[in-house]
Design a binder for this molecule. Structure first.
Ligand code: NAD
Length: 480
């Protein structure tokens, strides 16, 4: 049994428990003790006190050291962490290994960033009456940050909140997804081993109720959430005066122009559409292909997709493993069936066995079908022809989401024109929407979210500007 960690102590004797099931085998990987009301109150009070008594005044070099040591420890145990992610999330092992390497990198970026949080000197004499005044701006920590995270990148996306929050001198209450709490528990233990003060990173095991209670708590200063749109919306509505970062979903478009390198686009988009069974917020969901190369693209795309190995995520050559649970796999299959009932065609895959859905390519789709209009979050992609640059941009923007897009063309002018017109948080040229690095600003427009992550930008969102002004007596040197 594993449980919450509050002020350095583990709480694992709750009567209220939950099994963590391996999405592929169905076996129980761990039993989790869910936090009760007393533990919740203890965690928020302790995080609040630890901020005021310890973290607020911890020197930057110490915060930096903790993050660097955590990275070093994770590097030593990289394989064990990757195996946990594969067991609890069903992620193919090579992808889990990749996630662990990115998580280590995020910790190292944050370790460096901790030392670069600086301020400003304001030119006070630019304003009337400002002569003889000095204005300083300091970037100070916010206080208690609630980090509420999803199942799909349980380590890396959690660290995109925890590491910048610690770098900036906040305390963190970490509420991981209930499907993937084992990696969360091991991660908090790693921070403890690296010397984080008790109470600076508290872990609360639980479902959405605990997340909701955090959002409503007066002792929490910021909610940093990654997850689905409905939950993001409810957080936004109840957060009151708290600062909020929301990293939500998308139905990412990718545009293939007729001058693109088609073979390269096919190779990248097979990965970008089906990696981790499409359960990636920037997964390619809509592929728009210029008419003159549509048949060529589709034929190659189908052939390459049919060559993917579907099966056990623990095997190194598996491309596609299970979805997170059977309910989600059934939901995705239903969306395919609904589209087919309305005239769509399945070009490959689409059949389900338990939690595994074979990568599906759809054509003849319409813009109001769920597989186009909503976030599919499954191994389903639609390929759609277009005539002109104008059409491709209009189709791509015809969405309530706007996270990332991919554009494939050799024409630099066109690439810049299209990038400017796409309503997205980020646009990649000759790269898939699914690609992300951990140091660029990342976060959507429209219903894809509010605020940015990418370590430096997350740190900005974890700090507050404080102005300190001096009214100086005299500018003249004293003659004594
Ligand atoms: P989810 O919204 O179901 O859950 C995310 C977290 O929120 C979990 O920890 C859950 O327990 C908690 N939660 C649930 N109800 C809550 C409530 N009322 N108040 C506060 N917290 C609550 O998401 P999921 O299924 O774990 O993850 C998939 C979703 O995450 C997809 O929509 C995906 O697009 C999105 N996502 C976005 C990004 C991004 O960076 N934009 C990255 C990864 C995933």
């Amino acid at each position: 049994m594993i449980g919450s960690i509050i002020n350095g102590q583990e709480y694992n004797d709750s009567q209220n428990t939950m099994d963590v099931r391996n999405p592929y085998t169905g076996e129980t990987e761990a039993e989790i003790a869910l936090a009760d009301k007393t533990e919740f109150e203890q965690a928020v009070t302790n995080s609040f006190d630890t901020f005021h008594n310890t973290m607020k005044d911890m020197p930057a070099h110490e915060r930096s050291d903790i993050l660097r040591k955590t990275a070093d420890l994770m590097e030593e145990r990289a394989e064990a962490f990757a195996e946990i992610v594969t067991k609890e999330a069903g992620k193919p092992i090579t992808f889990s290994q990749g996630e662990v390497q990115r998580a280590i990198q995020v910790l190292r970026f944050a370790s460096e960033e901790a030392k670069h949080i600086s301020g400003e000197v304001i030119p006070m004499d630019a304003a009337l009456d400002g002569d003889g005044r000095l204005g300083l701006v300091k970037n100070i920590p916010l206080g208690v940050v609630a980090a509420i995270t999803p199942f799909n990148f349980p380590l890396n996306l959690s660290l995109h909140k925890i590491a910048p929050a610690i770098a900036a001198g906040n305390t963190v209450i970490f509420k991981p997804a209930e499907k993937t709490p084992i990696s969360a528990y091991k991660l908090v233990q790693l921070f403890q081993e690296a010397g984080i003060p008790d109470g600076a990173l508290n872990l609360l095991m639980g479902t959405g109720d605990i997340g909701e209670a955090l959002v409503n708590s007066d002792k929490v200063h910021k909610v940093s959430f990654t997850g689905s749109l409905p939950v993001g919306r409810s957080i936004r509505e109840s957060a009151g005066f708290k600062k909020v970062t929301l990293e939500l979903g998308s139905n990412s478009p990718n545009i293939i122009f007729d001058d693109a390198n088609i073979n390269e686009a096919v190779d990248l988009l097979v990965k970008g559409s089906f990696a981790f069974s499409g359960q990636v917020c920037i997964s390619a969901q809509r592929i728009y292909v210029q008419k003159s190369v549509y048949d060529q693209f589709l034929e190659k795309f189908i052939e390459k997709t049919k060559g993917l190995k579907v099966g056990n995520p623990e095997e190194a050559d598996t491309d596609i493993g299970p979805m997170i649970d059977e309910k989600e796999a059934k939901r995705a299959k239903q969306w395919i069936d609904d589209a087919v009932d309305n005239g769509a065609k399945i070009e490959a895959g689409g059949n389900r066995e338990g939690t595994v859905l074979r990568p599906a390519i759809m054509t003849n789709v319409k813009s109001n079908m769920k597989i186009i209009a909503e976030e599919v979050f499954a191994p389903i992609v639609s390929v759609i022809p277009f005539d002109s640059e104008k059409d491709a941009v209009a189709y791509s923007n015809d969405s309530s989401y706007g996270l990332q897009a991919g554009v494939f063309t050799k024409d630099l002018d066109r690439a810049l024109r299209v990038a400017d017109q796409l309503e997205m948080g980020g646009v990649w040229i000759n790269e898939i929407s699914t690609y992300r690095q951990d140091n660029h600003p990342y976060g959507g427009v429209k219903q894809s979210g509010i605020g940015k992550e990418g370590v430096k930008y997350a740190v900005e969102g974890m700090t507050e500007k404080k102005f300190i002004g001096f009214k100086l007596k005299d500018k003249e040197l004293e003659n004594k």
